[in-house]
Write a protein that binds this ligand. Sequence first.
Ligand code: BGC
Length: 347
Amino acid sequence: MSVTKSFYGKMPDGKEVEMYSISNGKITLQLITLGATLQALYTPDKFGRLNDITVGFDSLYGHLNFTDYQGKTVGRYANRIAGGKMIIDGEEINLVKNEKDKTCLHSGGEFSSAIWQAEAVGENAVKFTHTSEDGTNGFKGNLTANVTYTLTDDDRVVIEYYAVCDKATAINFTNHTYFNLCGAASSNVLGHILQINSDEITPTDSDSIPTGEKRSVSGTAFDFREPHTVGERINDSDEQLVQCLGYDHNFCLNHHEGKADAVVYEPVSGRKLELYTDLPGVQLYTGNFLDGTVIGKGGMPLVKHAGLCLETQYYPDSPNHPDFPQCTFAAGEEYKSVTEFRISVVE
Ligand code: BGC
């Protein structure tokens, strides 16, 4: 196992962005300091051919001009906060409303657009650190976050999050990788077979804000308790799918001991990805707003459904829904979470 560091690019202000590569001899994981981003993940298919299975950009130009959070670490509060407002310890917090001037999405890029400090840890991990200052995009408190990516000998990518703030704040980090198990330059993920161990979703209004309801997946296009292709029901007339142009929803995870929270399998390549997390939810986002106008890795347009994201998280807008699992942390209280992707090939 080895970690190597190289130059990735230069920001408009001259700051350098570095890339770290970790290889276990079979799989290579590449990470960049802009956004503590999972830049690439090369894995073999059933014939031993290596492909990068993450959809995104080859260079900084794409990351800076066209990002839909490809590969990024998102925080301090991933997903949406209604009206950019939440109450913490009785105080109204007003956040940047970076989506339609209405909602706060992905904290306005608070952590995903930052250049993080990075250091190799041993021979198979990289730890990223960034402190966001009190007031950034409206959030209260200086918040220091660490994200550590580890590639194990047995082909697991483990992402560990740690954060602590000097004021009470909501903390909800995720990773926003778009996977395409056929390879980054392939068309779309509609033929991928997906399973999610979830009985309920949190349906949303037309601004993608949870209504507060927890709705059973039984008999709907959201029932992935048994495997289904992503494309099988994506165009159903279900109002939830119609308003989001596909899947863009939080699934409440059942968390059965020893069972993956989600599994993605792609039959042509034989690649399989199993997701394990300690967080209560996962946002399944099927790249619905990609429309082919932006060019991604290998010169391929990023078309609708080019990749799928499994963003592990607290439920969206949780500070405004006291019935949802809560993620407000007191000053000095530590936030810790682990998400793991297990990579394998089915012959
Ligand atoms: C959101 C999508 C959004 C995408 C890129 C996802 O987490 O749920 O609605 O388009 O991020 O910003």
